[in-house]
Ligand binder design. Structure first.
Ligand code: FEO
Length: 402
């Protein structure tokens, strides 16, 4: 069996994007893949397509197996253009008998491509289509992460084509989870979750429960980005369970920007206090950490401690931008506090507190602000706040274990 074959007659025919470094604001430093799959059966079926820039790569993969004109069914699990960007070209080349998608998928395809004449076959959760020897069943996953999203499950082979879910922005020549170190895969899976799916935690809980009730015999999970899980399914499913439950580590993040190092001094003092309580403290200077990497750490942190000086009655722009990004991703179940230095007007802590409350994070401190350069006494006050934060993380951690 070729290294691109998931099961006999089911082939990976996607594309590897080694060079992409930005995905609408998410830094994809490891590149990505756009996975598509070809099922050879009485009705030859293509599951998903690729970004328009990689159309020819996918066609080369398909031509190594069959003439693309022989494809009978085309399934669109998700209309976002990293997967459906080449749909018009594929439809022209293949002219399939059926274009299979969810109700919302048909709507989104029409709104993107404006082709009422395409042979739509709309499917709902639980509906099945036979390709001959195989049965495909469909699970709508509305708002995970677009209204049109759905999974396709191949009953006979136990393969779940999961669209963006369980994906990783990771370009590798290897196709499977037992060919790449799991630490690399899980780091990228966590980053993907934190930056794409985090805000849908309640829906993910419902979906995991629904898939559990359906009692599917899942032997392989094939997402549309990154490697395919055939060996470590339990690890990725457990991680999704933990992340969607907002489970956190014994860790606080001190996320800050600084103008003349005063806010940084306060950040270091707060970190010392947190660590005195036996809690890990990660220092995240927004000047050097990309917002999407910060979000990956936010996913598993017990506390967020935000610091910014006051600039022109506001926050430093990197902090303001990060808050805007984080607010959209709706982190939950975290305690929070704010700090910052100022020169005269001093709005920094008030603005940070308002942003944290707006995100419905649990503000456990009034916050600390110090004028210009903090004194030793001022820094001791920061250490004390750090200790209170450390204690609170520990207490909440114990509750989580109970
Ligand atoms: Fe990978 Fe939502 O697209």
């Amino acid at each position: 069996m070729s290294n691109k074959e998931l099961a006999k007659g089911i082939h990976w025919v996607g594309a590897i994007d080694w060079d992409v470094r930005d995905f609408h604001g998410y830094s994809t430093l490891a590149g990505t893949t756009y996975n598509a799959f070809l099922i050879i059966d009485e009705k030859i079926t293509l599951v998903d397509t690729v970004k328009r820039s990689h159309y020819q790569d996918m066609m080369h993969q398909i031509r190594e197996i069959i003439d693309p004109a022989k494809i009978d069914y085309l399934i669109v699990n998700h209309v976002e253009l990293d997967h459906a960007g080449s749909l018009a070209e594929v439809m022209d080349a293949v002219n399939p008998e059926k274009l299979i998608c969810s109700t919302m998928g048909q709507k989104a395809i029409l709104e993107h491509f404006h082709r009422e004449d395409w042979p739509f076959e709309v499917v709902k959760t639980g509906e099945e289509i036979s390709t001959g020897e195989r049965t495909l069943s469909f699970i709508e996953t509305r708002m995970l992460h677009w209204p049109d999203s759905m999974f396709t499950y191949v009953k006979e082979d136990g393969i779940l084509f999961s669209s963006d879910a369980f994906g990783q922005h990771l370009a590798t020549a290897e196709r499977f989870d037992d060919q790449v170190p799991m630490s690399v895969i899980m780091d990228q899976a966590a980053k993907y979750y934190a930056n794409i799916l985090y805000l849908y935690n309640p829906l993910i809980r419902k979906l995991l429960a629904k898939v559990g009730e359906m009692d599917l015999d899942i032997k392989m999970i094939a997402p549309d980005h990154g490697v395919i899980f055939r060996t470590h399914l339990n690890e990725i499913l457990t991680a999704y369970d933990d992340w969607s439950k907002n489970k956190f580590d014994n860790k606080a993040l001190i996320i800050y920007d600084t103008m003349w190092h005063s806010t940084e001094k306060m950040a270091r003092a707060i970190a010392r206090g947190i660590e005195q309580e036996g809690v890990f403290a990660d220092m995240i200077n927004l000047k050097v950490h990309h917002r999407s990497d910060v979000m990956t750490k936010v996913l598993k942190a017990g506390a967020l401690v935000l610091g910014s000086p006051t600039l022109n009655n506001g926050l430093l722009p990197r902090m303001a931008g990060f808050l805007m990004y984080m607010r959209g991703l709706k982190p939950q179940n975290k305690i929070a506090a704010a700090f910052g230095s100022y020169g005269w007007s001093g709005e920094c802590v008030k603005l940070l507190n308002e942003a944290l409350e707006d995100m419905r994070l649990e503000l456990i401190e009034e916050g600390i602000r110090h004028k210009y350069v903090p004194t030793e006494d001022d820094l001791n006050e920061c250490v004390e706040m750090g200790r209170r934060i450390g204690k609170a993380v520990k207490e909440r951690g114990k509750l989580q274990e109970d």
